[in-house]
Design a protein around this ligand. Structure first.
Ligand code: EPS
Length: 381
């Protein structure tokens, strides 16, 4: 069973994660993890902070040389911006410095009442999506293990505001190359311009904007997840991880939101082609009854606009209950492009976790062999 906890604050010294339960003898590619961190940082719509940070992973335990040992893996990313913030972060603020005007939509109001420290700075530091850097590192390590097992996870941006690009097969390498080279992660140049324009207009107007991303997972064998208990269903487990990403407000598996389809068209007919069970459609998104069915796992995720906006909206001062307008904290204009990368990595953690629960093995090569033997037995007949 793999699990992890992370810690660290947006402007604190560092972000840390402890990832426990990975099989031994897997050769870790640090460059791959750092490339994923870079992918997360470089999207259109980012603010000033990304010019400061240059995220790199440091592994403090769990490896001998480059190989996993089965011991817990401690990962760390330093916050470069800490140097400028340490006088704020590392001392108790005077009363007049405490923040009491919450940004609607952020964790400011709920954190103020829940933890009662009297300073919104405390919740800002932990609710910030800066935390997704370390979650991306954890997921990237899981994603690199899945790659060796024959499972690939890809993503694109589907919409920025109400500007939309059609879903496409992300495993068409020439299309995916275009997506990876686009600063808004889409394949059509006209749509790319319209996505960028939406973000530019928001920036000029002191606004922020949401959107949606599409994640597709190829190679998960039949039988991952379970219907035997409600809390073992794969779609429910993935949703838990996906909803935990800052700003996510909705998820669709396959074409779950297409209510125009009736039963005979929605339910994907079962066919037998080229020696394997297959489907011509994937409306169920690769999961039936909470169990992977061997098709691609297709997920669309919807992200709301960032709550740190320059434009004034109404709020109150929690100390006096007086009406105020929001105070501005430096932020990004849109988090949709980085969300696409972060979600690939969040999904990777859960797919690996569930795969290891079906094929429990302490050693990587045994794990790989168990998955291969099972795949052969299912697909050849
Ligand atoms: C964030 C606010 C901004 C973002 C940050 C998330 O940071 P800052 O307050 O330092 O300007 O840049 O995202 C990251 C730092 C990151 O690495 O993704 C927020 O309030 O959620």
């Amino acid at each position: 069973m793999i699990r992890f906890l992370d810690a660290g604050e947006s402007h604190g010294k560092a972000l840390i994660a402890i990832l426990d339960g990975l099989p031994s003898n897997f050769i870790v590619d640090i460059d791959y993890i750092n490339d994923e961190l870079k992918r997360r940082q470089t999207g259109y719509g980012r603010g000033e902070r990304m010019k400061i940070e240059e995220d790199k992973i440091e592994i403090l335990s769990g490896l001998r040389g480059r190989k996993t040992t089965g011991n817990p893996i401690t990962m760390m990313i330093h916050n470069k911006d800490y140097e400028k913030w340490k006088n704020i972060i590392d001392r108790e603020p005077e009363d007049k410095e405490k923040i009491s005007i919450p940004r609607p939509g952020h964790g400011d109001l709920v954190g103020y009442f829940k933890y009662g420290t009297g300073d919104i700075r405390d919740s800002i530091e932990r609710t910030s999506a800066r935390e997704t850097a370390i979650r991306t590192a954890v997921g990237a390590l899981c994603k690199s293990i899945l790659k060796e097992i024959g499972i690939d996870i890809r993503s694109k941006v589907n919409s920025i505001g109400n500007s939309y690009e059609e879903i496409v097969d992300l495993f068409d390498d020439s299309i995916y190359e275009k997506i990876n080279n686009s600063s808004v992660r889409c394949y059509d140049e006209e749509i790319e311009k319209s996505f960028m324009k939406k973000i530019d207009i928001c920036k000029e107007e002191g606004e922020t904007i949401g959107g949606s991303v599409y994640i597709s997972v190829k190679g998960v064998p039949i039988g991952v997840g379970s219907y035997s208990q409600w809390d073992r269903k794969l779609d429910a487990i993935l949703s838990y991880g996906i909803m935990s990403l800052q700003g996510v407000k909705a998820i669709e598996f396959g074409n779950g939101l297409d209510l125009s389809l009736r039963g005979s068209s929605f339910n994907d007919e079962i066919l037998y082609k080229d020696g394997r069970i297959s489907r011509d459609t994937n409306n169920c998104g690769g999961i039936e009854a909470g169990v992977s069915n061997g098709e691609k796992i297709d997920i669309k995720v919807f992200i709301k606009p960032i709550p740190s906006i320059k434009k004034d909206i109404r709020t109150i001062d929690l100390k006096t209950r007086e009406e105020k307008t929001t105070r501005y904290e430096r932020s990004d204009v849109s988090a949709v492009v980085p969300a696409s990368i972060i979600l690939e990595n969040i999904v990777a953690f859960y797919i690996l976790k569930e795969l290891l629960s079906k094929f429990p093995n302490d050693e990587f090569n045994d794990f790989k062999k168990a998955v291969k033997d099972y795949r052969d037995s299912v697909y050849i007949k």
